[in-house]
Design a protein around this ligand. Structure first.
Ligand code: FES
Ligand code: FES
Length: 161
């Protein structure tokens, strides 16, 4: 199956067996020596629970381990590796830091992408709106309140710019 799509702003074409998932496709691209590194490469649950494989597809946060490869034709995909050097990412990381919110390195990419998608949708998300996004990651060890505060602080910094 031949697929054309955009990954972190770069047009990609790949031939993959049908039935492959987006997380597999991104891993294959990462193994290409010419790849600029699209994916954090962390093994996760592959069941849509841990949130370590989150990506943004056309503005929507999705678990790449649940996205069928054929469905990404023509779509725009952003991974944390592609997002982390942007000013937008710095604002979110500043917000997290100022609020004292620090998830582990495995959870950070997903939380940052969730926050980006939330702030693109809502200027100042409510607790319910943040909770909706939070449901995409299983780990609760860094707590709900610090995450809510981190998102709201990032929203305030973003609005003040
Ligand atoms: S690897 Fe996709 S949610 Fe865990
Ligand atoms: S496992 Fe990452 S913050 Fe809990």
């Amino acid at each position: 199956m031949r697929l054309n799509f955009t990954l972190n702003g770069i047009a990609e074409t790949i031939d993959t067996p049908s039935g492959q998932l987006l997380s597999d496709i991104i891993s294959i691209l990462d193994r290409n020596p010419e790849s600029s590194g699209a994916y954090i490469g962390t093994a996760g649950c592959r069941e849509g629970k841990c949130g370590r494989c989150l990506v943004i597809i056309d503005g929507e946060v999705r678990h790449s381990c649940l996205v069928p490869g054929f469905s990404i034709r023509g779509r725009k995909i952003i991974t944390y590796e592609g997002f982390k050097t942007s000013d937008e990412c710095s604002v979110i990381l500043n917000g997290f830091e100022s609020a004292g919110y620090s998830p582990c390195r495995l959870c950070l990419p997903g939380r940052v992408l969730l926050t980006k998608a939330l702030l693109d949708k809502y200027t100042m998300p409510t607790d319910d709106q943040i909770a909706e996004g939070f449901a995409a990651v299983q780990c609760h060890c860094s707590g709900f309140l610090p995450f809510y505060e981190g998102v709201k602080t990032a929203a305030r910094i973003r609005r003040s710019r």
